[in-house]
Design a protein around this ligand. Structure first.
Ligand code: UDP
Ligand code: MN
Length: 348
C-alpha cells in the first residue's frame, strides 16, 4: 500500500514537472513565433482579417512606390489635429500604397443616402458619379432610403458593387427627414449590416463625386470639415448655443465645424454615433427643443467629445456655389446648387 502511494505521488510529480516545462516553453515560443514565422500570402490575409483593421497596416511585399519624406510635403495646410489624427488633403497620402494595403483586408464599404420627396432627382448623378469615384475596385454596397422606390434610377454598376432600396415614409418637414437619418442608420446597422460590412459612410444625396474618394478616408471614426467655416474663428461656428440642448457647445469650445452631409468610419463607431445623436435629438424634442442644424449640431457635439480618428479636408465635401480656395487642389465630392424653395416640402 505504502509503496503504491509513493509510486502514485512520484508519477504525479513527474506530470507536474512536465506540465510546467511545457507551459514555459509554450510561452517563450508564442512570444517569438510572430516575428520568426514567414507569412505566406494566404496566412497574411487571414491574419489581417482576424486583427482589428486599425492596429497596424500590412502591405504586400515588394510594392514599388514613391519614397515618403518627413521633411517635405504640404506646407500650406495643417495635416494633423492636436490629438494627432491625420487631416486628409491631396498630397498627404499614396493611393496605390493604401489601396494595396486595404485589398489584402478584403473590405466591404457601405454608403447610405436618403432621397425623400423631390430629392429623388439627385439620385442619378449621385449614383453614377459614385460609380466613377467612390471606392473604385472595392466591394461597395449602396443603401438608398426613399419614399419612392420606383423612382430610383437603374444605374450600371460594376460586378463587385450593389444597391439596395429601403422604403421610408414621406415627410412634411425637411428637418424631420434630415433628423430621422440617424435613427434609420442606427437600425440599418443593427438589423442588416452587422458582421457583413467593415466601413460605412453616410452621405447627402444632393451632391456629386468629382474625384477619388477611396481608402485614404478609412478609419475608426471619420468626420469631414465643413467647407463653409474652416477659416473662421470657432466662436462663429453655427454650433447649437442654447445650454438646454444636448447639442450645446459653448463659445470658446469645439475643434472644427464638421459636416452633417458626410461622415463615417468603422461600423461599430458609426453605430455608436448614430445611436447617441438620435437619443439626444429625441430627448431634446421631448423638451420642445430642436438644435440649430438638427443632426449636424448633434454630430458636432458628438465629434467634439469623441475625437475623430481621421479628419477629411473640405475636398471631401465642397459646395458648387463656392469658389475653390487655393489650398483645395482637388474637389472630390461637392453639394450641387439647389433651389431650396422648389425642392423642400416646407420653407421655414
Ligand atoms: N433630404 C431628403 N428630402 C428632403 C430634404 C432632405 O431626402 O426633402 C435628405 C437628402 O439626403 C439631403 C439631406 O436630407 O441631402 C440633407 O438635406 P439638405 O441636403 O437639403 O441639407 P443641406 O445640405 O442643404 O444643409
Ligand atoms: Mn445637402
Amino acid at each position: 500500500m505504502l509503496l503504491n502511494r509513493n509510486f502514485l505521488t512520484g508519477i504525479l510529480l513527474i506530470f507536474l514537472l512536465l506540465g510546467a516545462l511545457y507551459y514555459s516553453n509554450y510561452l517563450s515560443y508564442s512570444f517569438v513565433s510572430v516575428e520568426q514565422e514567414e507569412l505566406t500570402a494566404e496566412s497574411r490575409r487571414v491574419e489581417v482579417h482576424v486583427q482589428s483593421h486599425e492596429l497596424h497596416m500590412v502591405a504586400p511585399d515588394h510594392l514599388k512606390y514613391d519614397q515618403p519624406s518627413i521633411v517635405s510635403g504640404r506646407n500650406d495646410v495643417v495635416t494633423v489635429t492636436p490629438w494627432l489624427a491625420p487631416v486628409v488633403w491631396e498630397g498627404t497620402f499614396n493611393p496605390v500604397l493604401l489601396d494595396s494595403i486595404y485589398k489584402l483586408q478584403n473590405i466591404t464599404v457601405a454608403a447610405t443616402v436618403f432621397a425623400v420627396g423631390k430629392y429623388v432627382m439627385f439620385l442619378k448623378d449621385f449614383l453614377e458619379t459614385a460609380e466613377q469615384h467612390f471606392f473604385v475596385g472595392f466591394r461597395v454596397h449602396m443603401y438608398v432610403f426613399t419614399d419612392q422606390p420606383d423612382s430610383v434610377p437603374q444605374i450600371k454598376m460594376a460586378a463587385d458593387r450593389q444597391l439596395t432600396v429601403l422604403p421610408v415614409p414621406s415627410s412634411k418637414r425637411w428637418q424631420e427627414i434630415s433628423a430621422r437619418r440617424m435613427e434609420l442608420i442606427q437600425k440599418l446597422i443593427e438589423e442588416k449590416l452587422r458582421n457583413n460590412i467593415d466601413y460605412i459612410f453616410c452621405l447627402d444625396v444632393d451632391s456629386k463625386f468629382h474625384g477619388r474618394w477611396g481608402t485614404e478616408s478609412l478609419g475608426g471614426l471619420i468626420a469631414v470639415i465643413h467647407p463653409g467655416y474652416y477659416r473662421d474663428n470657432r466662436k462663429r461656428f453655427p454650433y447649437e448655443r442654447r445650454p438646454e440642448s444636448r447639442a450645446y457647445i459653448a463659445t470658446g469650445e469645439g475643434d472644427f465645424y464638421y459636416c452633417g452631409g458626410a461622415f463615417g468610419g468603422m461600423l461599430q463607431e458609426v453605430h455608436q454615433l448614430a445611436k447617441t445623436c438620435r437619443t439626444n435629438f429625441e430627448a431634446d424634442a421631448k423638451e420642445g427643443i430642436e438644435a440649430a442644424w438638427q443632426e449636424e449640431s448633434h454630430l458636432n457635439r458628438y465629434m467634439w467629445v469623441n475625437k475623430p480618428s481621421k479628419v477629411l479636408s473640405p475636398e471631401y465635401l465642397w459646395q458648387d456655389f463656392k469658389a475653390r480656395n487655393p489650398e483645395v487642389h482637388i474637389i472630390r465630392f461637392s453639394g450641387v446648387v439647389k433651389n431650396y424653395a422648389a425642392i423642400r416640402p416646407n420653407v421655414e
